[in-house]
Design a protein around this ligand. Sequence first.
Ligand SMILES: *Cc1c(COP(=O)(O)O)cnc(C)c1O
Length: 357
Amino acid sequence: MRPARALIDLQALRHNYQLARELSGVRALAVIKADAYGHGAVRCAQALEGEADGFAVACIEEALELRAAGIRASVLLLEGFFEADELALIIEHDFWCVVHSLWQLEAIEKATLAKPLTVWLKLDSGMHRVGLHPKDYQAAHQRLLASGKVAKVVLMSHFARADELDCVRSDEQVAVFQAAREGLAAEVSLRNSPAVLGWPSIPSDWVRPGIMLYGATPFEENNPVAARLQPVMTLESKVICVRELPAGEPVGYGAKFVTTRPMRIGVVAMGYADGYPRQAPTGTPVLVAGQRSQLLGRVSMDMLCIDLTDVPQAGLGSTVELWGKNILASDVAMAADTIPYQIFCNLRRVPRLYSEG
Ligand SMILES: *Cc1c(COP(=O)(O)O)cnc(C)c1O
């Protein structure tokens, strides 16, 4: 069998969830959209179900997958419904529903619902993606209550720059939010992972941690709180071929790397078809036979090359960690000019093996 695989440590997932709870001191919706950022939504939900206050996913398709797997916990649809006819299913399965636009509010007013809805009413406090305009927020809240179709409203917003700890934008967004919700007695949800880790004073009755659950930092700089996270996914494979080359020989497509001295090269069964980023350049860290080394040349579809010159104990069959507990996914992401969110979500073809740590 091809040795590429992703090991998922469910104990680390629970540790990170508990850290989100401990840091915030409030209820936490575990964000498991996009197949739990590539970690497997059903398995992650099952691992957290005993302790999580609820889950958040992007859309009803993702939420139904959880119900089909027997998950009974609360599930929030972060984008609400895309078409009004989803409302019947939302009610049937007790999903919680974000309302981010006036057309959704109107659809709820017009709908015939078997039971009242739980709505998370989203304000655009400055990110300018989705969310109601501050001038419409109070009226929307009033209309939801007056519709008779809503049992509970939670007030929410989302930060654009909470990962930048020296940036004033998050405080400005909080001020916009506080002004818009003035006088509304309701629970509030503002904080995503960077805000849980880095903005302890921002109020939130509910936090919505995503990336931190998977043990990756949302920050570019080292952060002592983020250092308490435990990486959940280890992407590993093995050396399937070793070659010795003299100085001056090109390695891989496009000859993007040329040996600078006599070198030992290991070929690893891992490529961009597995989700390893093709943009990762020579020098991107890897761990082989327990020692740090580096990627050499271009990543191809099914294989990549690494430097074994100074790792004499490594050879055919040696285990290679592409990211995990030793090589941080965020470091690989930074080398490839992307973010850990994306490299996790891109994971494909590789079997996921689950363990309790
Ligand atoms: C994805 C998402 C989150 C989680 O964000 P992280 O940065 O991964 O913690 C929280 N809230 C909303 C609305 C989201 O879309």
